[in-house]
Design a protein around this ligand. Sequence first.
Ligand code: SF4
Ligand code: SF4
Length: 576
Amino acid sequence: MDPIARTLEHERIANESKHWVRLVAACNSRCLFCLDSEAQDGKILPFDDICREIRRGREEKDATRVVLSGGEASLHPRFHELIRYSKEQGYTWVQTVTNGRRYADRAYFNRVVEAGLSEITFSIHGHTAALHDHLTQAPGSFDQIVKAMIRAVRDGRVVVNADVVINKQNVDYLEKIVALCAQIGVREYDLLHVIPQGEAWEHREQLFYDVDAYSESLRRVFRLGLNPRFHVWTNRFPVSHLEGMEELIQDPHKMLDEVGGRRMQFRRYLDAAEPIDCRHTERCPHCFIEPFCSALDRRVEQLRDGDVGIWWIGSRFELASLHPEATLLGVELPAGAALPDFGRPLYLKAEDFTGLSLPPHSVAVATLPEHLAQLENQACEVEIPLDRGMAAAVLADPERLHRNADRYILHGQTWIRMEESAANSPDYQAFFPALPLPLRTRNLPACLCPGMRLEKAPRRLDQHILHDDGRLAIDPIVEEYIESEYKAKSQRCKTCVVADRCEGMQLQYLRHAGFKVLQPLTGSWATQADARLKLLQPELPRGLAKGAPPQAPVVRVPVPGNRPVPEIDVVPGRRS
Ligand code: SF4
Ligand code: SF4
């Protein structure tokens, strides 16, 4: 299987609908990096409540996989009944994540496997008792987990895999930990990067380490994932260290789960400007979610400041009057429909521009090659979202654009799925050098569009990220972030002259094209691009290092007909 096919297979597995259900708020270990400790009060959750939650996963999410979790799920006295109940509800796969301690007992192991358990993920963090027991703060836990793993592998009835939280204590021994698992017969590993939440932040001195300093040894372990006999997941790991093994980058859609796990906090931030309790200049730079939290801050600021370049309503024309202050009204004209007179400049997508008369100062979006001819005699600007078809159309007749170069804007298009990005993205390294003259260009790092006239894309507000009462909708914001703002840079970017002002390239693109396409600027292009970006963005992006993160007041823009805020966002315990 080639790397892209393998990545797509990873993506398919990672995106299978899984329903996580908490059985207990208790654990028999006390891991130094526990993310769940704040939720643990020792409670065993009522059997009927858990059954209801198990059913909800089938009914509302149509999930076929359920993960029975805790705390430590095996502490629930009716664990085996809950496994059987999950199967009866139609789940085809029942997984648990465990510290493995109870599974050391043969009778216990047999009882849960006979009940229908499909997969056990063992959390092992050391290759010796001294290391593992120190990290779990549970003497004897290493012997128990190793015994349980050997039993589960030999038994053969369940899929067995391991997760390891990489931290300062064990990063030197990661190869040994993986070797121990391989010796036992485990071939699938989830290597998790420690994040500044829960107990992990309390024990930060012991746990956080300089990833750059360990990059090479970490890459040696990750490289095992390129061997088809092994399966390595790099959960929450800084992606710039995965150059050359991009297929190991976790699917950006995982961000939905990460944000989902904290959605009540995000909800309170968005609704009531209540600070997120972990938002802190020392803490956030260690966090995998940080770029999203910063994007969310920018989104809140945008609403507060009314900074809307495009109010995108698509074909919902009845929403046209909602953002009168937006520079452009974003409209999608259905095939054959007449263009209403909105009385303001448009950002217009249409299947056919023939005979359409756009208001002054409008922008037409040319998504098909024939649009270029249809728009040639219009007075409007023309944005060209670059895909392979449009790149070929531009190169077929570059003179058409150069005759009136100020009108045309090349836009680096992005796709939410890697598969779409791989199928549609143009070869930028061939495209831009083939253009005889510079053109206005947006949404690409300077190294991918050398010599072009760099511009900033207008800020867009899409009606679908708002609820009916005007509150921001969490999942659509995350999806929009994945599609257009989730970007990454190479380690090499540190040496690039524009590094401070460049966000890098969209991650889905880098997953198939590789970080190798990002090359620090050199020569006169470095000087030009640096000067241009300083002009476009005089202030450096507001980083956490500069002080307290922005906490904006609440601004609501009700959108009649949109979805109300879902219960899982506001009712505690609705999401496990
Ligand atoms: S980046 Fe976001 S989730 Fe992470 S620690 Fe900071 S505020 Fe919390
Ligand atoms: S910082 Fe990196 S991504 Fe940005 S222009 Fe330079 S090399 Fe390219």
